[in-house]
Design a protein around this ligand. Structure first.
Ligand SMILES: [Zn+2]
Length: 414
């Protein structure tokens, strides 16, 4: 075991203990506040709904902790336990050296991780989500989605992986820079084909037919100086009763997609307020900023991978004796998240800042009161806890906690 192995083990232990501690705090905090609805929400959320949210949060948090333990066990078996080396030997014995055995190794590791996650995903869908009345998926649909997902991952992922592996082998010192260009092009292509090619594989999209709501939304869009190509409704109720709305597409071909579940539960003014919030994300350039950040981060991480793949200690420290580009990629993606976990509060904070800004935009262009009542309905219907542990929330929550968020909106009502 070299020094890097010890650094790696220390990072894995630190991140894992921190996650377990945050999870335990969250469970304790939610349970401690189970007995009473926070004063700010009395009259809007019943004690029953509050306790159902507490229960749902605790069940999901516990499931998350179990999945964490499994993930760490698999990581250690694959790296220091020699699992990856064994898989690489197997791929090498069946396939010609170079690109074919490299791709073979990536496929083996990808399939292994999918299989390990499968029982948890089945449990989460058919036990947890079903118990709280959220799951609308049949086993047949689950397996159809699973197979489609695998085929899609192969159709998109294999060509990308082949190009990157080829660059790693043949493009010299600056391969990581070319790989970064390929990665950006790939992501932009995904954004472009998602609405027309990928999303329709899983859901049906129909033009919005509620004339009154449509007119309301068109007025909001005109007020905000926003052009879209269409308002469409997605059959989200096919899988789950959780509701949502999102934007998709580029420039003038932008579309707004509403889950049917959202339209069923919110009144037209509430839908308008939620949409105004989403428009805020666009108008305030949050989407573009996020893409720029992601590309900047991937530039750094690809450079780092370019450096690490040339260091023998990187492979040895992670239990591998035959270095290869495919192995470097896998080790990197397995190990890096444990080193970057401490940065998570920063990215979560950045995201929460954007949520506040989008709320403010919504308050200016629609009615803050409607956004508040929409949020309360969504918290209730999605059984989101109103009382998360503050530290857990600081690490994980992309959206501000209910109390802070609604408090700020109330300050903006006139
Ligand atoms: Zn938002």
């Amino acid at each position: 075991m070299n020094a890097f192995a010890l650094v790696f083990l220390a990072a894995v232990a630190a991140a894992t203990l921190l996650k377990l501690w945050l999870g335990a705090r969250h469970l304790a905090h939610v349970s401690a506040h189970r007995a009473a609805v926070p004063a700010e929400f009395t009259g809007q959320i019943t004690l029953d709904a509050h306790q159902r949210a507490a229960e749902y949060t605790c069940v999901k948090t516990r499931l998350g902790l179990i999945s964490l333990v499994l993930e760490v066990a698999l990581l250690l078996i694959l790296t220091l336990g020699g699992g990856l080396q064994w898989l690489a030997n197997a791929a090498g014995a069946w396939l010609p050296a170079g690109l074919p055995s490299g791709l073979g190794l990536l496929v083996l590791v990808g399939l292994l991780m999918t299989l390990v996650e499968l029982p948890l995903s089945l449990y989460s869908t058919f036990r947890v989500e079903a118990r709280f009345g959220f799951n609308k998926m049949t086993p047949a649909l689950f397996w159809k989605d699973f197979v489609k997902g695998l085929l899609l991952a192969a159709a998109l992922g294999l060509p990308l992986a082949a190009v990157v592996l080829w660059l790693m082998e043949k493009a010299g010192e600056l391969w990581w820079f070319y790989a970064w260009l390929v990665w950006m092009a790939f992501n932009i292509l995904l954004l472009a084909i998602y609405p027309t090619w990928i999303a329709p594989l899983f859901n049906k999209f129909t033009p919005m037919d509620n004339a009154a709501l449509k007119e309301r939304i068109e007025q909001l869009l005109a007020r905000c100086g926003f052009k879209v190509k269409g308002l469409v409704v997605m059959d989200g109720s096919l899988r789950s009763s959780h509701g949502n709305a999102y934007f998709t597409g580029f420039g003038k071909s932008k579309r707004i997609v509403f889950f049917d579940t959202l339209l069923e539960r919110l009144s037209p003014p509430e839908v308008e307020a939620v949409l105004a919030h989403e428009l805020g994300h666009f108008k305030l350039r949050h989407v573009v900023k996020r893409i720029v950040w992601t590309f900047a981060a991937s530039f750094f991480f690809l450079w780092l991978l370019g450096f690490l793949m040339q260091q023998p200690w990187f492979y040895q420290g992670l239990g591998v004796t035959t270095p290869s580009p495919a192995m470097a990629l896998i080790l990197f993606f397995l190990a890096v998240p444990y080193f970057t976990f401490l940065l998570q509060p920063l990215t979560a904070m950045y995201s929460r800042k954007h949520e506040f800004e989008a709320d403010q935009y919504a308050a200016q262009n629609a009615d803050a009161k409607d956004l508040i009542s929409a949020l309360v309905k969504l918290y209730k219907d999605n059984a989101s806890t109103l009382t998360p542990d503050p530290l857990h929330s600081m690490f994980y929550d992309s959206h501000p906690p209910a109390l802070t968020r609604i408090g700020r909106l109330q300050a903006q009502t006139t």
